[in-house]
Design a protein around this ligand. Sequence first.
Ligand code: G16
Length: 547
Amino acid sequence: TARMAQFEEVSQKSAVHPMPVGLVLQYGTAGFRTNAKQLDHVMFRMGLLATLRSKKTKATIGVMVTASHNPEEDNGVKLVDPMGEMVTPAWEGYATQLANAEQEGLLTALKDVIEREAISMAQEASVFVGKDTRPSSESLSQAVLDGVHALGGHSKDYGLVTTPQLHYMVCCQNTQGRYGEATVKGYYRKLSQAFIQLTKNVPNRTDDQKALLVDGANGIGALKVCEMETYLKNELQLSLFNDGSSGKLNHLCGADYVKVQQRAPKGVEMTAGERCCSYDGDADRIVYYYSGSAGRFHLLDGDKIATLISTYLKELLTQAGLDLQIAVVQTAYANGSSTQYLEDTMKVIVRCTKTGVKHLHHAAQEFDIGVYFEANGHGTVLFSKAAEEKIQQLAQDSNTNDERKRAALLLQNTVNLINQTVGDAISDMLLIEAVLAIRGMTVQQWDAIYTDLPNRQLKVKVADRRVIDTTDAERRTVSPAGLQEAIDSLVKKYRQARSFVRPSGTEDVVRVYAEADTQESADALAHEVSLAVYRLAGGVGEEPKPL
Ligand code: G16
């Protein structure tokens, strides 16, 4: 029968994409991620899985080949569900099963998913594929396409795109164009029009105010922001650094480097007070920074971005007289000062979830307007359907007064500027630039909204990071025994201190976070907690040294 011929095809093709002996991978924080040499079979199998997911949902599914902030040698894959969200936990489980099935067991694993999900194999399937600029991404995305075709799925290869662009395409496709046109040009047009609408009435914007330095992390974001520039009609004047023409991806540059090292990326020539931003390797994260008068480095991370955006939205809602509930979603990495400011001064609802945008996205969906940002700069804003409708109605209402109407129109264009499918460095950058322009704020004024508690992030190598189990949105550990008690007593030694540890879902390390009243205290606490992890969770290599 046709079905048997299809499985035969899968079997034959999968032999061309063999699994390395003894390799076991987990679907992590954002998909599979490891050295690119070990991923060919995973890509083929994710092509198969995406095809099944498409048959199941009767919608287009996305597969993005990228390892985002990881080093250039790594690669990875992120699956995108119909509305541009991440796939559900059950399907993450299937992904892990398929990725780890022995060659002989692959068909059984596949049939198991088909059965459990009652998938009709006669249903058509459609998969959109995108890739970042890593040298390995070309052949790995071919392996994904091979998997899609082996199960008779239709594919569209978008080639080099940012992760958020691929999410956007999937959402456009599955909303029959209501979200936008499913092309890269359509994306540029939608975002740039919204940006120009937002900024066109801002009086006397000087060239200085329009100027922005961008660190492209030597990745896909650099290519794409260049393509977009002409659409912005000089309303934003970008100076691009680390554009990929010579430097290595994410090496001494990019959002993760800047956030974790708390220093400017290599290659960006910034003078005092100039606004600068960095993207990560697949342009779904962004952080801002500037050099202060004394040459001091000032970072504006995801928490500062969330604060800026939620303040702006709250003000517009008041002006528009719209009663919509606004919440901010963060993770344990959120700086204590930001949470305090949001709760006590801004009086917005604040939620804390586990790391991984899928968790934040989910929590943000529960509010009229959910602003979610990880401290590392990964985030966006979600508007409920009802909220969007109310904004639209008011913007079109001819009976409202000028102030309300102006606010409603700004809100409407803000909705259009935001990529609601996932965090998007380019869209977030345009939103931040528009907000700063509309509010007439400098980067220093933005920075002064609250003062970060000094903090430090470290990594510890252990034999098996799965020995660490966490609870309370990763703020406490439940195993190994004694670790949480050790952290608790270390934290007590310092003022305004907080610390937690968690296994990374993208790198083979345990992450340590600490904050306290001074940088010296934050550094010392981070080091002491690292030592506790090293000793209690099976550290390997040299013992962590003081900073
Ligand atoms: C991914 C996830 C983020 C997460 C980051 C680090 O980012 O999408 O939500 O914060 O990994 O995760 P972990 O601490 O588990 O390694 P990206 O930009 O690398 O895809």
